[in-house]
Design a protein around this ligand. Structure first.
Ligand SMILES: NC(=O)c1ccc[n+]([C@@H]2O[C@H](COP(=O)([O-])OP(=O)(O)OC[C@H]3O[C@@H](n4cnc5c(N)ncnc54)[C@H](OP(=O)(O)O)[C@@H]3O)[C@@H](O)[C@H]2O)c1
Length: 265
C-alpha cells in the first residue's frame, strides 16, 4: 500500500526548528515532498539533513528556502517558487516565530505593529498567496497557533490580541474554500519541548529561584497528563490533518496541550 501522503506537495513556514520542523519530518515520513522555510540558511540546512536522516527519504523530498515572514514579498516568492518546483501545492502548514509574553503597559505601539506583522499578517499573506494553488485540485491547511489563544491570560497581550485572528480566519476560509475541496484546521500546542519552551523554563527557573528540572516539573504539574509533550506528538496530528484520513474534518481547532484547555467545547 502507498504511504498516506505519497505524491503530496507541502509547504511549511518557520520550519527550521521545533514544532514545524517535526511536522515536516512526519509529512516526509508519510511519503510527502516538503519545502521548509525560515530566516536562516544554516538552520534550514541542518533541518534538511536531520529530516532526510530520520525518514530515509530521497534527497529531493526536502527543499529549503529562506523566507523572513515579516516580508510579504518574500512570502509570495516562497509560495511561487514552491509551486513552480513541485508543479502544485497540496498541503500548507503555517507557523511563525512565537511572540514574547508582555503586558500592555510594557508594550509600545511600534512593538505591537512589529509583532502583528510576524504573527497575523504573515499568516494572512501566506494563506492568500497559497490558496489559488491549494484550490486547484483541493488541499489541506494546518495552522500552528497556541492553546493559550482561546483562553487569554493576564499580561500576555500578543497571544490575546493577535492569535485569535488566526482562528477566525481559519473558520472563515473553511467555509469559503470548502466547496473548492480545501480543508482548514488549527492545532494548538502547549508545553511541547522545543528550544522556545526550554528558554521559557529557564526563565521560570530564574524567576522562581529553582533548578531547570524543578521548573519543568512546575510546568508539567499544570497539565492533566502531568508531563510535557514531544514535538513528534504534534507532528503526528499535523500529518493526520494533512491526509485523507481527516477528509471530513475542517474548520476545527485541535488542542495538543496535555489537556491544559479546560473548556468543554
Ligand atoms: N512549543 C510549545 O509548546 C508552544 C506552545 C504554544 C505556542 N507555540 C507556538 O508555536 C510556534 C512554534 O513554536 P516552537 O516551540 O516550535 O518554536 P521554536 O522552536 O522557537 O521555532 C521557531 C521557528 O520559527 C522560525 N522563525 C522565527 N522567526 C521567523 C521569521 N521572522 N521568519 C521566518 N521564520 C521564523 C525559526 O527559524 P529561524 O530562526 O531559522 O528563522 C524556527 O524555525 C510559535 O509561534 C510558538 O509561540 C508553541
Amino acid at each position: 500500500m502507498a504511504p498516506p501522503l505519497d505524491d503530496t506537495q507541502c509547504l511549511l513556514t518557520a520550519a527550521s526548528k521545533g514544532l514545524a520542523r517535526a511536522a515536516a519530518s512526519a509529512l516526509v515520513d508519510a511519503g510527502a515532498r516538503v519545502t521548509i522555510a525560515s530566516r536562516s540558511p544554516e538552520n534550514l540546512a541542518t533541518a534538511r539533513e536531520a529530516i532526510l536522516e530520520e525518514t530515509d527519504a530521497a534527497s529531493d523530498a526536502v527543499r529549503t528556502q529562506v523566507c523572513d515572514l515579516r516580508s510579504p514579498e518574500e512570502i509570495t516568492q516562497l509560495v511561487d517558487d514552491t509551486v513552480a518546483a513541485f508543479g502544485g501545492l497540496d498541503v500548507l502548514v503555517t507557523n511563525h516565530g512565537g511572540p514574547p509574553v508582555q503586558s500592555i503597559a510594557d508594550t509600545t505601539v511600534k512593538e505591537f505593529d512589529e509583532t502583528y506583522e510576524l504573527v497575523l499578517r504573515s499568516t494572512f499573506a501566506t494563506l492568500r498567496a497559497a490558496l489559488p494553488a491549494l484550490a486547484d485540485g483541493g488541499g489541506s491547511i494546518v495552522n500552528i497557533v497556541s492553546a493559550t489563544a482561546p483562553e487569554p491570560t493576564a499580561g500576555d497581550v500578543f497571544q490575546a490580541a493577535l492569535r485569535p485572528g488566526i482562528y477566525g480566519l481559519s473558520k472563515s476560509l473553511a467555509n469559503e474554500y470548502g466547496p473548492e475541496g480545501v480543508r482548514v484546521n488549527c492545532v494548538c500546542p502547549r508545553g511541547i519541548t522545543t528550544e522556545r519552551l526550554t528558554e521559557k523554563i529557564d526563565h521560570l527557573a530564574e524567576t522562581e529561584g529553582v533548578s531547570h528540572e524543578e521548573a519543568e516539573a512546575m510546568r508539567a504539574a499544570e497539565l492533566p497528563l502531568r508531563r510535557l509533550g514531544r514535538p513528534e506528538e504534534l507532528a503526528g496530528a499535523v500529518a493526520f490533518l494533512a491526509s485523507d484520513e481527516a477528509s471530513y474534518i475542517t474548520g476545527e481547532t485541535i488542542g495538543l496541550d496535555g489537556g491544559w484547555s479546560r473548556g468543554a467545547f
